[in-house]
Design a protein around this ligand. Structure first.
Ligand code: ADP
Length: 355
């Protein structure tokens, strides 16, 4: 199969010896929206810049549409990059800013004008075409940056925290626009963000990174429900992680570990020793379903936020965990600090992983 983008064991060691990225493997299909997600310094931007060609790779190979472009200069790659600060030229007009990439490629004037007009129209920027870029709002600048990236008709659009400079409301609006635009154009997007909600909400697949290493590549839902590593389990969503020892047993394809709180079964690989329980998997009270897991504890706090109820529960050894439920379920019980509580868990919502 021909992938739009393929990274094979890509690595980057900076001249000062910093290993920013190691053994990055990724295959992206045409039209996919992929997000690189992880804490600051984990190597997201370095990887994006290596795809763009702004950073030399020190290991591995990068292919775009089957072509090895590992050492091709940036302007010869079929990619465009959108930067967090947009990198617009403040004293150039909107039209000049958008035309910049076409100028560099030496596109003839008539073709250039036609392409710029079309994209100005698409982004509702026609009325601002002759305005200087520094005389525009944040949202408008964001659109110009996108228009400038897309006007050269890239195979792959690379976006480095492109919404970072926007306030929360505008961010939400532009997120929606971005997703619709990507679907309409069918262009492959590779997007860098440290914001979990942005990565999970926008992309088809998320690459979670930590310390220069890929932890997991999955669709958002799978990342949330089936974390593959302890880092992902801590980083995504709100999980309780309980350590145990692999044990015999576990019905219907489930596996079992013995923990200080009793046996816990779940979905996972052989030999796994950590149970990952999402906060919303705790039921207040037992449902007596097959294999149901029980955790006994004492309520230490409860909180209602909108339609969500949070319960803090102290387990037998003093450890406190957080359960999340619907407000109705919480109100149906008259919990107060000190109340005993039994939490029931459906084992199919538990993931067993290796530490
Ligand atoms: P992220 O985008 O996830 O925040 P970066 O890719 O910017 O992470 O950085 C990854 C690692 O590489 C960090 O440790 C960072 O300090 C280091 N780094 C980035 N650029 C350079 C550079 N030019 N020289 C040396 N180290 C760098």
């Amino acid at each position: 199969m021909l992938y739009d983008l393929e990274l094979k064991s890509v690595g980057k060691t900076y001249p000062d010896g910093t290993v920013a990225v190691s053994d990055f493997d990724l295959k992206v299909e045409k039209g996919e929206f992929v997000a690189f997600l992880g804490p600051s310094g984990c190597g997201k931007s370095t990887t994006l810049r290596m795809i763009a060609g702004f950073e030399e790779i020190t290991n591995g190979e990068i292919f775009i549409m089957g072509q090895n472009i590992s050492h091709t200069p940036p302007e010869k790659r079929p990619t465009s990059m959108i930067f967090q600060n947009y990198a617009l030229f403040p004293h150039m007009t909107v039209r000049q800013n958008i035309a910049f990439g076409l100028d560099i490629k030496g596109v003839p004037k008539s073709e250039k004008d036609r392409k710029v007009d079309r994209i100005l129209d698409m982004f509702d920027l026609t009325e601002f075409a002759d305005r200087k870029a520094d005389k525009l709002s944040g949202g408008q600048r964001q659109r110009i940056a996108l228009a400038r990236g897309l006007v050269v008709e890239p195979e792959i659009l690379l976006l480095d925290e492109p919404l970072g400079a926007l306030d929360a409301n505008l961010r939400r609006i532009i997120q929606n626009e971005l997703k619709l635009l990507q679907r309409d154009l069918g262009i492959t997007f590779v997007f860098v963000t440290h914001a979990q909600s942005e990565a999970l909400g926008l992309s088809d697949r998320v690459v979670v990174m930590s310390n220069g290493v890929v932890e997991q590549i999955s669709a958002p839902k799978e990342l949330y429900t089936r974390p593959a590593t302890p880092f992902v389990a801590e980083f995504i969503g709100s999980n309780t992680i309980i350590e145990g020892k692999p044990a015999q047993g576990g019905d219907q394809g489930l596996r079992l570990i013995e923990t200080p709180y009793g046996p816990i079964s779940g979905v996972g690989a052989a030999g796994a020793n950590l149970a990952v329980i999402p906060a919303e998997a705790f039921n207040l009270g037992l449902r007596n379903t097959p294999g149901e897991i029980r955790l006994e504890g004492t309520v230490t706090a409860k909180q209602l936020v909108g339609s969500i109820g949070y319960l803090r529960v102290k387990l037998s050894d003093g450890r406190e965990i957080d359960a999340e439920t619907h407000v109705g379920a919480l109100e149906a019980h008259s919990y107060s600090p000190g109340s005993p509580v039994t939490l029931g868990i459906d084992p199919t919502s538990v993931t067993l992983i290796h530490n």
